[in-house]
Design a protein around this ligand. Structure first.
Ligand SMILES: [Zn+2]
Ligand SMILES: [Zn+2]
Length: 799
């Protein structure tokens, strides 16, 4: 029986009851539109007998009561009235306490949930001080610098500040600002909204012109700081240190207010990012209704994958079914899908299924892409609020720029990469204390498999740490040049930039980039020093993604990942849009591509070789050994697979002719001596497949512990490595100098490798599949892989 037939029977059965109960809800009226069933009851209805084994866990989180407090006494009546007029009668406790700490000059970090009103914590002191520190003739009050990871978010925040109707001179400063806007911002701006890129390329290099603004800087707000991780995080940490140095030059010592999604140890993260001590606020005083979180694993299909492996039904197809079911129930649902094409497919499939239920339902489901005009966005928001629109399939481009509230349910087609992002997306449902339903639909990979079978990891373990490494010399060096160009770097600056700074300065001097004089290190090169660092890239010259027909530059990609993602024939998803790459010119640093609607995705496969350069640390687990250090990686993308979407069926493999790349980076590796393997009864013939399978799964699981993507890291496994003389599995960072991921893997190796073993064990496939040990980027055609021997090998290591 085709899937939609089965589904139709089920929904049609519920449909009569639903319609009788809530006729008003389908007229788009404000009253009577809420489903009467509690989310947990809804889940029971979704789990039909045919789907009984797909729900792996249902967790019902109790409601949380609101904790409102009085306005802090230092907030001026003017500012308080502005918020009260917008319907905010009293702040929640975490907002008031963090605002008061910041107002008193303490650096604060807020890590509370989505919709917990983190912005009030910085807006209160910032707006209050701008207005109360105005000099005679309305001279500029205390200034605030607000940093968002993207331009769109800064624009959105500006609209919110302006809507308060206060007489504070707020403006954005970004690549789109005109000359006049920039001059006005510099001379009069009190609340300036920008991004780290502008700070790095424009504001800091031109600091003399900004001296009065910087000298009056009272607050620096770093919003959505969980975005600053990996190499990007390391870059931003140095941009902020350069900012602090110049503020000090002009006599300012600003207070930092950092806002983040829930991350592990937010104070440590904020300290690493800025180099300052922080006080963390993590107790959320905003109200929340009951939240039901369902973990859902799609079934195996009849498709046959590589080496006869079973293939699971695509998370997006499963999500389309669930979206249709929920819409038919009158439940306002938002589905998060990875690509725009996927979102369109989900909305279309759901609409097709709903057509069979009632002819008026399909038009109440749509997809959402980034790049809408503000009025279009407002219309979608309003339609969702009214209940005219019941189902929206979106890429996470929706995260920026649209304010949807009062949703009943959120569907996630695949784990969004981090638990912080998961909770952020789930937080879209159930605002204002309503009950909410979230369903995480597993994708076909080891991490998703592990999570839907280990709910405690999602629900009770602390969220992952946001990882980055400010001491990466490839990141540090260009910022030292930029800093020296802004103002010579002196001995007194060394602690600010952290360990390794003196060595890096000496190396730059040796290379002729800096000059050492009695007063410090000077930049004397005629080039712009800030051009040496592209803060969104991992080093080297970024490859430009160019639309062939127009010559327009659509975006850039790291030189390191260009081979894997922008090779000829690659399907490239950029901001949710699908493109087809026709050529990659490595000398000109250009990839040429066109928009394309193709029914397949691509995955590049690479072969990797690794040599140990220097071991920095090690620990012993019995006779086994775990190490961390510098490695030399040589890798070559050799081919790519085409997979039909959404089924995931492999339709072709095409070879590529790309040169090998070399990279010095960091790695974590573990070794098991031959005698131990023998004692454990592992046959020599099984060792390559065991190590290889363990390597793949461990790469898949590392993102659970370090905020990386499996494409940010790589690995090598061998039954006998020349540098260790033993069976060895390496997992390395994909960026020059390392991004902190392998280092984090070393620090949490026992938890990480235990999770790896448990993930392999949890998969119900017979002999290995993409949900456990097969990797989409394997350059050895996923061969050999031995799932059972991998579990035995990891048992030996962990034992
Ligand atoms: Zn499997
Ligand atoms: Zn492999």
């Amino acid at each position: 029986m085709p899937a939609h037939r089965r589904w139709e029977t089920v929904v049609a059965a519920n449909w009569n009851t639903v319609r009788v109960q809530r006729p008003a809800g389908f007229n788009g009226e404000e009253t009577g539109r809420r489903p009467e069933a509690r989310p947990s009851d809804l889940v029971e209805r979704l789990v039909t007998p045919a789907r009984a084994d797909r729900l792996t866990h249902l967790e019902v989180l109790p409601p949380r009561a609101a904790d409102p407090v009085e306005w802090p006494p230092w907030v001026s009546p003017e500012v308080r009235n502005a918020f009260e007029a917008r319907g905010l009668r009293r702040p929640w406790r975490h907002q008031a306490e963090a605002a008061t700490s910041a107002h008193a000059g303490e650096h604060v970090v807020l890590a509370t949930g989505t919709a917990s009103g983190k912005s009030l914590a910085y807006l209160l002191p910032a707006l209050n001080d701008a207005l109360s520190h105005r000099g005679p003739r309305a001279a500029r009050g205390a200034t605030t610098l607000y940093l968002a990871p993207t331009k769109a978010l800064a624009q959105d925040q500006l609209a919110k500040v302006r809507a308060l109707g206060l007489d504070v001179r707020a403006t954005t400063h970004d690549g789109d600002s005109s000359r006049e806007q920039r001059d006005w911002a510099r001379d009069h701006g009190e609340y300036l909204l920008t991004n780290p890129d502008m700070l790095h390329h424009s504001l800091l290099p031109g600091h003399q012109r900004w001296s009065r603004y910087l000298g009056s800087l009272r607050y620096v707000v770093v919003d959505e700081c969980h975005h600053y991780r990996g190499v990007f995080g390391a870059h931003v940490s140095h941009v902020l240190r350069r900012l602090r140095r110049l503020c000090a030059l002009y006599g300012a010592d600003p207070t930092f207010v950092v806002a983040s999604a829930t991350v592990a140890d937010p104070a440590a993260h904020a300290e690493r990012l800025t180099g300052l001590p922080f006080r963390a606020f993590t107790d959320d005083g905003s109200p929340r209704g009951q939240v039901s979180l369902a973990l859902w694993e799609p079934p195996f299909t009849s498709y046959v994958g590589e080496h006869g492996a079973p293939v699971r039904r695509a998370a997006s197809s499963e999500t389309a079914d669930l979206l249709a079911d929920l819409v038919a129930e009158g439940v306002r649902t938002l589905a998060f899908i990875r690509s725009r094409r996927g979102a369109e497919h989900v909305a279309m499939t759901a609409a097709g299924l709903l057509e069979e239920v009632s002819p008026e339902l399909p038009q109440r489901v749509t997809s959402y892409r980034g790049g809408y005009l503000p009025e279009e966005r407002r219309e979608i928001e309003a339609a969702l609020r009214r209940g005219d629109l019941l189902g929206l399939a979106a890429t996470n481009a929706l995260e920026l720029g649209i304010d949807v509230s009062g949703l009943d349910a959120v569907l996630l087609a695949g784990f969004p990469g981090t638990r912080a992002a998961l909770w952020q997306q789930l937080g879209r449902a159930g605002r204002g204390g309503q009950d909410a339903l979230g369903i995480l639909v597993a994708r076909d990979d080891p991490l998703d498999t592990y999570l839907v079978h280990h709910p405690d990891v999602l629900l009770r373990a602390p969220v992952e740490a946001s990882v980055f490494d400010p001491s990466n010399k490839y990141v540090l060096a260009p910022h030292l040049c930029a800093a020296a160009a802004e103002r010579p770097v002196t001995e007194a600056d060394l602690p600010l930039f952290g360990p390794g700074t003196r060595e890096a300065l000496d190396a730059l001097t040796g290379a002729g980039l800096l000059r050492k004089r009695a007063a410090g290190w000077f930049w004397t090169d005629p080039r712009r020093a800030s051009d040496l660092a592209d803060i969104r890239s991992a080093g080297g010259w970024p490859v430009q993604l160019v639309e062939g027909s127009s010559g327009r530059v659509v975006g850039t990609v790291d030189p390191g990942s260009a081979h894997g993602t922008a090779h000829p024939g690659a399907v490239y998803v950029h901001m949710g849009e699908t493109w087809l790459v026709s050529a990659l010119d490595l000398d000109e640093h250009v990839a040429v591509m066109e928009r394309a609607e193709v029914d397949y995705s691509t995955a590049a496969r690479e072969v990797v070789d690794i040599r140990v350069v220097e071991e920095r640390d090690h620990t012993r687990w019995g006779d086994c050994r775990l190490a961390f250090g510098t490695v030399h990686v040589s890798s070559q993308v050799v081919s790519f697979l085409k997979r039909r979407q959404p089924s995931g069926e492999v339709v072709a493999e095409e070879t590529l002719d790309l040169p090998p790349r070399t990279l010095e980076t960091t790695a974590v590796w573990w070794t098991v001596p031959a005698t131990v393997l023998e004692d454990a009864g592992l046959a020599e013939a099984d060792l390559p497949g065991a190590a290889h399978a363990a390597e793949h799964a461990s790469i898949g699981l590392l993102p659970l512990f370090a905020t990386c993507d499996r494409w940010d890291i790589g690995g090598v496994s061998t039954a006998l490595h020349p540098d260790t003389g033993q069976l060895t599995v390496f997992v390395h960072d994909g960026h020059p100098g390392g991004a902190g991921f392998a280092e984090r893997g070393y620090a949490v190796a026992r938890d990480w490798l235990t999770a790896t073993r448990d993930a392999i064990r949890a998969c119900t496939c017979p002999d290995g599949c993409p949900s456990c040990v097969q990797s989409p980027k394997c350059g050895n055609q996923n061969n050999p892989l031995d799932k059972h021997a991998a579990v035995a090998l990891l048992d030996v290591l962990l034992g």
